[in-house]
Design a protein. Structure first.
Length: 322
């Protein structure tokens, strides 16, 4: 994913959510609508989430050091996971609490036109933010469907913004539903029902984000296409007889660790094998540019060794695309 595209989507979402949060709290002050309060807190949580992702992206660019020899790329995953926690606790649980309280103790709305006007304004702003993220993600996802893209993306920023904005737009519809029925019926319980639905929606989105970013934190391999490109690059030499074992691991969205045991000819000299490895590394980086750290172990191919599998203490792993 283009880091520039992710930053552009984050800044658009941050600007939209800050403006929306101010308008929602203003509407809550005039109407007393719990839906507006829940939506205001939701927008504050979203704004905080975008700040967290921007901080994570900045910290991930630090150079590798002795303590972190593979760099800080996974900081983006850590902050992505924090976003899920904030969205669940500050957004989802708060809205559920407010909704249940409003159902238990409903009251009439005052100045309902404030709520409707702000919600329409919020739909326009969230729509602009969503379209920005949608356009940037469309450049990145290739032929993948949207659900597959959310599940397989290695960079957290665009999927997070897409899910947040989708949830925000649905939440605004739910808020309009709650406020509208409260005005029509004069029964404040509908405002509480709309608020509860918003809370449930945010909780579901937060759980999805948590599961996806947890998988990235644990460590995922490259996608299947990249793995096949690496394998083909390794085999593109008569000096390499086979790829006995191949393991990849994302140490950041745009940085891949590659470890492989390659089969070489028994009679080859150490100098020839060393040159074969150097050439293979060049081919792998040309095929998959994000393959930064490459470790190749030469071996004479043995069917028994291949069947035994890799040494778990020597070979990094990853569970594959999530």
């Amino acid at each position: 994913m283009s880091a520039e595209g992710g930053t552009k989507a984050l800044l658009a979402a941050l600007g939209a959510n800050l403006a929306i949060a101010v308008s929602k709290f203003t509407a809550f002050a005039f109407t007393g609508s719990s839906s507006m309060l829940a939506e205001g807190v939701h927008s504050v949580a979203d704004s905080g989430n975008q700040v967290l992702l921007l901080i994570g992206g900045k910290r991930a660019t630090r150079d590798a050091d002795e303590e972190h020899p593979f760099g800080y790329g996974r900081e983006r995953y850590v902050y992505g996971f924090l976003v899920a926690i904030v969205l669940f606790s500050l957004g989802g649980l708060f809205a559920l609490y407010e909704g249940i309280e409003k159902i238990r103790h409903p009251h009439e709305l005052h100045g309902w036109y404030w709520a409707v006007g702000v919600l329409v304004f919020a739909v326009l702003m969230e729509g602009w933010s969503f379209l920005t993220a949608f356009r940037e993600a469309a450049k990145d996802k290739g032929t993948l469907g949207w659900a597959a893209y959310i599940r397989r993306a290695k960079a957290p920023e665009l999927p997070v913004v897409l899910l947040e904005d989708t949830g925000a737009l649905i939440g605004l519809v739910l808020a309009l539903f709650g406020v509208g029925l409260t005005v029509i019926t004069g029964d404040g319980i509908w405002d509480g029902i709309g608020t509860t639905a918003i809370g449930a929606l945010l909780a579901v989105i937060a759980v999805v984000l948590a599961l996806e970013t947890k998988s990235l934190l644990i460590g995922e391999s490259a996608d299947r296409q990249s793995v096949e490109q690496i394998r083909a690059a390794l085999l593109d030499s008569p000096a390499i007889t086979s790829v006995i074992h191949l393991r990849t691991l994302h140490v950041g969205p745009e940085e891949l660790l590659v470890a492989a045991k390659i089969g070489v000819h028994r009679e080859d000299s150490a100098e020839l094998i060393a040159q074969t490895i150097d050439d293979a590394e060049v081919r792998v980086r040309a095929a998959v540019p994000i393959a930064r750290a490459i470790y190749l172990e030469p071996d004479v191919y043995s069917a028994a060794k291949a069947a035994a599998g890799p040494d778990p203490e020597a070979t990094p792993g990853g569970r594959g695309s999530h």
